[in-house]
Design a protein around this ligand. Structure first.
Ligand code: TYD
Length: 206
């Protein structure tokens, strides 16, 4: 049977991915595809437990390597339990964040060697890579300003800007290294304009 399509979404925090995923899901369902939506870290009950360990603010002394390997562990479970079986049933899988998040957050953000991340994740991925990666491209400062206008200023978020900038630059770099897989979508626009670009791009694959 024909293998399904594996789509991942990426972007810095507040890039509007979640809204676009909902639109993509209903668009592809409307075209008659069976669509599975999942997210990282998490997506399986074991993965969600790993997620709560990673994101627990009490674990602030977690070593960066531990964190990187926990993301990879949650990924291994998701690949095994959900992504591989769904693709072999011919379904479309949309995953909110995947391997590129580890490259940019743990690699570019935390300075872990990219090759090390690649080696660890080669085990987790078990031969699976996204067919299409949508990178919702918005400058992190612009995204923060938008959030401040709707939710009020946040000192912590401002302090984290240096990190978000590194992550953002990492995405830009990956997008230029893998233009066949990663599509940057200009995301400093309204929801409809962004989605119209997404749709036009996905129509090439579906
Ligand atoms: P989440 O609340 O799901 O953020 P978002 O809605 O922006 O996707 O939290 C996930 C956080 O985990 C996010 O800040 C990115 C980070 N992350 C990594 O650092 N490495 C990874 O491999 C993955 C999948 C996520």
């Amino acid at each position: 049977m024909k293998r399904g399509l594996f789509i991942t979404t990426e972007g810095t925090d507040g890039s509007g991915k979640t809204t676009q995923i909902k639109l993509i899901e209903s668009y592809l369902k409307g075209k008659g595809f069976e669509v599975v939506v999942t997210r990282e870290p998490g997506g399986t009950s074991i993965g969600e437990k790993i997620r709560s360990i990673i994101l627990d603010t009490e674990n602030s002394d977690m070593a960066y390597i531990t964190e990187m390997m926990l993301y990879a562990s949650a990924r291994a479970q998701l690949v095994n339990e959900l992504i591989k079986p769904s693709l072999s049933e011919g379904k479309v899988v949309i995953c909110d964040r995947f391997i590129d998040s580890s490259y940019v957050y743990q690699g570019f953000g935390r300075n872990i060697d990219i090759e090390l991340i690649e080696r660890v994740n080669r085990i987790a991925l078990d031969g699976i890579m996204p067919d299409v990666t949508l990178f919702f491209d918005i400058d992190p400062e612009v995204a923060l300003e938008r959030r401040i206008q709707s939710t009020g200023a946040d000192r912590i978020e401002r302090e984290a800007m240096d990190f978000h900038r590194k992550v953002y630059n990492g995405y830009k770099k990956l997008a230029s290294m893998y233009p066949d897989r990663i599509k940057a979508i200009e995301s400093n626009r309204n929801i409809e304009e962004i989605f119209s670009d997404v749709k036009a791009y996905l129509d090439k694959f579906s």
